[in-house]
Design a protein. Structure first.
Length: 125
């Protein structure tokens, strides 16, 4: 039971973080100043794509937890692969965005780490 709660909490956090990526997209693009329309489209695409990917990870974990056995090999693989994906995104953010003065970029690796820990604990308990 506690393992499911940890997975659900981690899923909720990562879904909210994904939504937090999508909502400010217009302002993020404006923050780049006077750039070409192509660059605006690319930044918009990448910003929304990461938000959708994070939401997908959370929704996937919720569904397999709700409709499957948390201790099954399939569920374990989903939690671990999702954690690996978030780990990769966290490293990417540490090497790029977190080196800027923008606070959400500095927070992102922390949020991802918290969710990874919740997924790992939920899959191991």
């Amino acid at each position: 039971m506690i393992n499911e709660i940890l997975i659900y909490i981690g899923s909720a956090i990562i879904i909210l973080w994904g939504i937090a990526h999508v909502i400010p997209t217009k302002n993020v693009v404006k923050g780049f100043g006077d750039i070409s329309e192509d660059n605006k489209k690319i930044i918009t695409l990448e910003w929304i794509a990461e938000g959708i990917a994070l939401c997908f990870i959370g929704v996937l974990a919720i569904f397999i937890t709700a409709f499957g056995d948390v201790t099954s090999l399939t569920n374990q693989l989903v939690y671990w692969i999702s954690s690996g994906t978030m780990f990769g995104l966290g490293i990417l953010t540490l090497l790029t965005g977190a080196r800027t003065p923008i606070i959400p970029f500095k927070i992102c690796p922390v949020v991802l780490t918290v969710v990874i820990i919740l997924f790992m604990l939920g899959s191991l308990l």
